[in-house]
Design a protein around this ligand. Structure first.
Ligand SMILES: *[C@@H]1O[C@H](CO)[C@@H](O)[C@H](O)[C@H]1NC(C)=O
Ligand SMILES: *[C@@H]1O[C@H](CO)[C@@H](O)[C@H](O)[C@H]1NC(C)=O
Ligand SMILES: *[C@@H]1O[C@H](CO)[C@@H](O)[C@H](O)[C@H]1NC(C)=O
Ligand SMILES: *[C@@H]1O[C@H](CO)[C@@H](O)[C@H](O)[C@H]1NC(C)=O
Ligand SMILES: *[C@@H]1O[C@H](CO)[C@@H](O)[C@H](O)[C@H]1NC(C)=O
Length: 397
């Protein structure tokens, strides 16, 4: 009896397993359809076109995440000016990625040419009417002197926000002198973008300043104040459409995770990101948004929109499987693991250093190098940002 019963059960089990297997195949098949179909149709229908916003130019100030080549023009021997950087677009343009950046996808969506680097004068003059990019890798919101007063020394001096503003002034003085009226008109419907913060805070962390200490010495409020003052200058120049980015989940950067690896009390979220770091980013973003609120009250005729990179990135992480990402916090392009926790790490991105290994499928990685996103991640982040800012600029009005 027992034997028979158990055989019957195992027969039923076998049937159940077959049924389940079939069912599973169906589920996998249908979910793969679900994954593939919305992804393709998504880009076509769900993501609005910024073209409808009528931006006729893009001007940008910021850090490496939006550097389309300025630092590479100044220093052609830096790693991001050479392969494997740019491998996906078959050209090393000085962008710190395997391909395009968020700013490129924003420009495309606005039906504008990719924003040329200010340092490439020939290109900058050619695109006089379509915008210029002043962003520079390693750039801080505060000057070297202002940071030194807080005991934060910069290993490298990269053109900070005030220097980039000077370039913007030079550019518009030259441009406006030639076509005065057109210039004013152009500014009226140009999109001005700005991103700062990560490098100010990164320098402080590298020098062992704790987050508590940083909050106490007003670094965050000074960074936000510098951004506000710069925005006021830009608005006084005639900007009426402004997009100001917060910082992303910097605790998920491979470099942040490695830097905390010796810290026994560090805590991590479910993706392996350094919690403290992300909380700090959230804090900066709150202070920044308060600052933007004040600016809006002072400039009611200006659209001042917050670029929520933090939640854009959170959304990419939350949906990573359906978006096709397999690695969230490891760099696609890196040196062999044994070499990582070395002094060099605290200065360099490592991708391009001796012993560099490049993953075969960058599109499955969120991070290209230890601090910068892949083209695929940039595209997904841009999609989120575009959807978020579209109604805020009242583009469908
Ligand atoms: C500068 O821009 C021109 C025209 O777009 C381009 O051909 C050239 O490669 C650029 N130079 C650098 C150093 O990026
Ligand atoms: C800067 O660092 C020095 C030496 O570590 C210390 O004596 C000084 O109090 C610090 N100053 C500030 C403003 O943190
Ligand atoms: C420029 O902006 C002002 C105020 O927002 C508006 O009244 C004017 O029509 C705009 N001019 C052009 C040419 O877009
Ligand atoms: C930061 O701390 C680490 C480990 O405690 C130490 O090796 C390093 O020299 C410190 N760096 C600075 C700039 O104080
Ligand atoms: C180590 O992690 C703890 C807990 O998150 C944090 O409070 C502390 O500042 C970290 N130490 C360093 C040197 O970053």
């Amino acid at each position: 009896m027992r034997k028979k019963k158990s055989r019957t059960i195992s027969f039923l089990e076998a049937m159940a397993i077959r049924f389940l297997a079939l069912f599973q195949v169906l589920i996998i098949y249908s979910t793969s359809l679900l994954i593939i179909l919305p992804q393709n149709s998504c880009n076509a229908s769900n993501i609005p076109d910024l073209e409808q916003c009528g931006f006729n130019a893009i001007y940008n100030l910021g850090t490496s995440i939006s550097d389309t080549g300025n630092s590479a023009v100044d220093n052609p021997s830096i790693w991001q000016a050479k392969f494997p950087y740019g491998e996906t677009i078959h050209e090393a343009t000085g962008r710190p990625s395997d391909g395009l950046l968020i700013i490129d996808y924003i420009a495309r969506s606005a039906d504008l040419p990719l924003v040329v680097p200010y340092k490439n004068l020939s290109a900058a003059h050619l695109s006089a009417c379509h915008g210029v990019n002043f962003a520079y890798s390693g750039a801080t919101a505060l000057s070297k002197e202002a940071l030194a007063k807080k005991n934060i020394t910069l290993e490298l001096t990269n053109p900070s926000l005030d220097v980039q503003l000077g370039w913007l002034d030079d550019y518009f003085e030259g441009f406006c002198n030639n076509v005065k009226e057109d210039c004013t008109k152009a500014l009226n419907s140009s999109l001005f973008m700005m991103n700062f913060g990560t490098n100010d805070y990164g320098s402080a962390f590298r020098q062992n300043h704790s987050m508590e200490e940083i909050k106490k010495n007003n670094l965050v409020s000074d960074v936000v104040e510098a951004m506000k003052q710069a925005l006021k200058k830009i608005i006084n120049r005639g900007a009426r459409k402004v997009l100001v980015f917060g910082v992303a989940l910097d605790g998920c950067r491979p470099i942040s995770i490695t830097m905390q690896s010796a810290n026994k009390s560090a805590t991590y979220d479910r993706f392996g990101c350094v919690k403290d770091n992300n909380d700090f980013c959230k804090y900066h973003n709150e202070v920044l948004q308060e600052g933007l609120k004040e600016l809006r009250e002072q400039h009611r005729d200006v659209q001042i929109v917050y670029g929520d990179l933090y939640n854009a990135m959170q959304s990419v992480f939350d949906d990573f499987q359906s978006l096709g990402f397999k690695s969230l916090t490891k760099a696609c392009c890196d040196v062999e693991s044994g070499e990582r926790v070395k002094a060099i790490l605290y200065k360099d991105k490592l991708c391009g250093a001796h012993g560099t290994i490049v993953c075969p499928k960058p599109e499955e990685y969120v991070y290209w190098d230890n601090a910068h996103w892949t083209q695929r991640a940039n595209q997904q982040l841009a999609n989120w940002i575009i959807q978020d800012i579209f109604p805020k600029f009242q583009c469908n009005a």
